[in-house]
Write a protein that binds this ligand. Structure first.
Ligand code: SAH
Length: 195
């Protein structure tokens, strides 16, 4: 049976899964030298916005019920639907980390001996990790029954994506030139064959 409490627990379990997937990559990344970094206040701010929308706001709702004024009715069938994007988000988050391997960074960085990855999930889309953020936001919307917590994940992911993607693609073009231009020519950004 799906109750409001079990839906919040499912959301929370998803976050734990998220952390467990990321942890070994974040640890390994510390040992790989960075040869060029665009990490600045702008990058920290957009990471903070994503964190606010996908973690802080839903956690405030799940833990202390804030803001209670914006609660919406809980519909078990809607919460059940949230399981699909949550599983898809976790799968894609892990796949994209595995495929990017040592080239992953939390920010916009080029590692020493950075290679352009065009295989695995990167064969179809250029930003699978960001797709997984949107899927997580969608799962959050379906699982949590509060208007603010529902909207904040997708807004956080959207702001993050809108402010990062152009800068990331320019960095890739600067480093990989025609190779990246060709890669852009036969891939989509977020959704295979569509967008
Ligand atoms: N935007 C990608 C990667 C996110 S991680 C995604 O959503 O899956 C961000 C880092 O990945 C950036 O520092 C960038 O240098 C690196 N990166 C992005 N696309 C890459 C690719 N195709 N090959 C290698 N590195 C890439």
């Amino acid at each position: 049976m799906m109750t409001q409490m079990s839906a919040a627990l499912v959301w929370f379990a998803g976050l734990i899964g998220w952390y467990i997937i990321r942890y070994p990559f974040a640890r390994r990344a510390k040992k790989i030298r960075v040869s060029k970094s665009l990490f600045d206040w702008r990058e920290s701010s957009i990471l903070a916005v994503a964190l606010l929308g996908l973690l802080v706001i839903p956690a405030a709702y799940a833990l202390i019920g804030f803001p209670a004024r914006l609660d919406r009715p809980f519909i078990p069938a809607v919460a059940w639907l949230g399981l699909a994007p949550l599983c898809a988000a976790l799968w894609l988050f892990r796949r994209s980390h595995v495929d990017l391997g040592r080239n992953w960074s939390i920010s916009l960085e080029i590692r020493e001996q950075h290679a352009l990855v065009k295989t695995g999930v990167y064969r179809f889309i250029r930003h699978p990790m960001y797709t997984s953020f949107f899927l997580l936001g969608l799962a959050q919307m379906l699982l949590l029954s509060n208007w603010l917590a529902d909207a904040s994940g997708l807004i956080g992911a959207g702001v993050f994506y809108a402010l990062r993607v152009r800068r990331e693609e320019s960095l890739m073009l600067e480093c990989f030139g025609n190779d990246y231009r060709r890669y852009m020519g036969h891939t989509k950004q977020l959704i295979p064959w569509i967008y």
